[in-house]
Write a protein that binds this ligand. Sequence first.
Ligand SMILES: [Zn+2]
Length: 269
Amino acid sequence: MRRYPEGYEIMAPMAEGSVTDVIGNDESTALRADGSGAASDPQPTLDSSGDSLTEAAYYRIRAMILGGELPIGGPVSVNALAATFGMSRSPVRSAVERLTSERLVRRTDGGAAVAAPNQHDLLDALAVRAPLEGLAARLAAPHIDDLTLARLNEIHSRFVNAVNTEDPGNARRTDLEFHQAIQILSANDCLIDTLERVQMQVILAAYSTAWTSSKRQAVLEHSRILDALAQQDGESAERAAIRHIHNLTGRVLDEWKRSATAAPTRPRF
Ligand SMILES: [Zn+2]
């Protein structure tokens, strides 16, 4: 069974607060809600291997970015991070280069900074995410059995409960958990890795664009994906997943229009 980068496996409950949603993000959005990432980060063996140190530095810096500890547009100092981690500069520099290639960090005249995606970047990421989520659902359908279906239903129930109790943090986490569970069921590592990168872009972009979105509609859309998966109907699951992300994009655009013309009260749901 594939291990997810956060140490998450499909049948293992995701650690509370380890991952937030990429749907309906608000200012608190972070891959790890507490910003530390330490509890659920993979713990590579810290031997003398440069690769292991680079891997450790990569996940720590990424968690700091997605958790907001390193703010949007703020400097990413190899020297400061190396001192914080108690490492030499070389693995930290390699980690920063990797994050640059993933567009979470950008180069500046004096070094590097956390990327600052705009609304256009968010729409770009969502446009890529839609067909990929559809593909994940289609590929997952043949792998659905009683156990995996029960797991998806359990995640969905927690999502519904979070929405009904107006708990945006849990709604975000369980929403992303639902999508990641389907992705892992696709059993396509290339797709899973690509979707993870896209999701990180969505998370980071959402920081600087400050949008929220209706979750109640998302509950219905998740139900449709789930119904199709329960039937092992890959084509219907694909259509439902694509429609879900397209509808989400529409809700984001509507909210931007509202926030541009109305009083700045931001709905939580
Ligand atoms: Zn969703």
